[in-house]
Structures are given as structure tokens and as C-alpha cells.
Design a protein around this ligand. Structure first.
Ligand code: FES
Length: 87
């Protein structure tokens, strides 16, 4: 598990091993638009303000992934214990 923090509210949510970031956000009432839910379409693209994502998508280029400033929360996870999201 890891945590995500919403920059706008400071709210911190735990993402369990068996759920996606978008699922954890939705359970807390934070809707990120999704479509494919497989890391292909880019609909759920979310900016990251701090922390290191674990990219599992097929949408961002390797360069974009390496920048670590955005990720696809329908499938990607975190390498650091906490991600601060621009939400
Ligand atoms: Fe398609 Fe996340 S919903 S990439």
C-alpha cells in the first residue's frame, strides 16, 4: 500500500494493494475521469507534485515517464510511500 495526498485539500488517502489509485480516489468522493482503465487512452492523466510514480501505462513516452511529473492513476502506482497529486 501507499498513500496519495490531494494538494488542494491536504487530504491523504491510502491505496491498498488490491485497488487502483482511481478506485481509492472514487471511494473518497474524488472523481478522476477514466475511459480505458488500462493505461492506454490518457483520459485519467494526473499531475504529480511530489513523489515517485511506478508507471504501468502504455500512453506516456519513456521521456514523459522519466520526468515523474504526471501519471495514469487507472493503472500506475507509486515507488515512494507518498504521491502528492495536483487534485
Ligand atoms: Fe485510459 Fe487511464 S483511463 S489511461
Amino acid at each position: 500500500a501507499f498513500e496519495v495526498r490531494l494538494a488542494s485539500s491536504g487530504r491523504t488517502l491510502t491505496v491498498a494493494a488490491n485497488q487502483t489509485v482511481t478506485t481509492a480516489l472514487a471511494a473518497a468522493g474524488v472523481e478522476v475521469p477514466t475511459s480505458c482503465e488500462q493505461g492506454v487512452c490518457g483520459t485519467c492523466l494526473t499531475r504529480i507534485l511530489a513523489g515517485e510514480p511506478d508507471h504501468r501505462d502504455a500512453y506516456l513516452t519513456p521521456e514523459e515517464q522519466a520526468a515523474n511529473d504526471q501519471f495514469l492513476p487507472c493503472c500506475s502506482r507509486a515507488r515512494s510511500p507518498l504521491l502528492i497529486l495536483d487534485l
